[in-house]
Design a protein around this ligand. Structure first.
Ligand SMILES: [Zn+2]
Length: 88
């Protein structure tokens, strides 16, 4: 029994090692919309480093938040203008 068990474990270990070797060389681009992989520290598709992708995403999020705030302010101004028109 013991011999059979150890044999199975050896086969599984070899299988996992093969998979790990292939996947270990592949680092997907952090940008979810990009299908590239990181080669020598840079994406093969967009040419950016993972750090550059992260920084750009953070900047885009900040810009979106600013735009949303501006839109909300505009809507509030419109509502106030409508209220004033209704009064007259
Ligand atoms: Zn990319």
């Amino acid at each position: 029994m013991e011999c059979g068990v150890s044999l199975v474990e050896e086969v599984e270990d070899t299988f996992e090692d093969d998979n790990g070797f292939d996947l270990g060389d592949r680092v997907l681009c952090p940008d979810g919309t990009c299908t590239g992989i990181i080669v020598d520290g840079r994406c093969s598709e967009c040419g950016r480093t993972p750090d550059e992708v992260k920084k750009q995403e953070e900047q885009q999020e900040e810009q979106q938040e600013e735009q949303e705030e501006e839109q909300q302010e505009e809507q509030q101004e419109k509502k106030q203008a409508e209220k004033e028109l209704n009064k007259e």
